[in-house]
Design a protein around this ligand. Structure first.
Ligand code: DQA
Length: 144
């Protein structure tokens, strides 16, 4: 196993900072990547932060995390969280532990966000803390 933690981000998260800042905050994904790199340095791990608007890329990267011996995956699958049986199956297909991450708390929002296919297979979740959700998830992943 390596010390690398994959941080996978799904659709529309490339627009963080611009997108509904009253829900998701004003930090961009690059800002969050910077925070994670700093914290990772302190924790003695590496982060590999990626984003795609395409479901299949996220599936491929989950498989890659396993093949490359990643320590863990932090996954904010965006709206695919609530729809993607393919992501559920991918998480179940790998031994690499996956932690579900959300900036907002989907359980306090519209009912269609209350189902999480990612959550059915993830080992843990951190949500509702804005950019800090990622940092806390990284701290949890470093301890796995
Ligand atoms: C999100 C919550 C999802 O419901 C939404 O579709 C997103 C962002 C979050 O980080 O709060 O795109 O995953």
């Amino acid at each position: 196993m390596t010390d690398t933690i994959y941080v996978l981000n799904g659709p529309n998260l490339n627009l963080l900072g611009l997108r509904e800042p009253e829900i998701y905050g004003s930090d961009t994904l690059d800002d969050i990547a910077g925070m994670l790199e700093d914290r990772a340095h302190d924790l003695g791990v590496e982060v590999d932060v990626r984003q795609s608007n395409h479901e299949g890329h996220l599936v491929d990267w989950l498989h890659e995390a396993q093949a490359e011996g990643a320590k863990a995956v932090l996954l904010n699958a965006g709206a695919y969280t609530h729809t993607s049986i393919a992501l559920l199956d991918a998480i179940r297909s790998i031994r690499t532990p996956v932690i579900e991450v959300h900036l907002s708390d989907p359980m306090t929002r519209e009912e269609f966000r209350h189902v999480s296919y990612v959550g059915m297979a993830a080992v843990d979740e951190v949500k509702g803390l804005g950019a800090q959700s990622y940092v806390i998830a990284l701290e949890k992943a470093a301890k796995l």
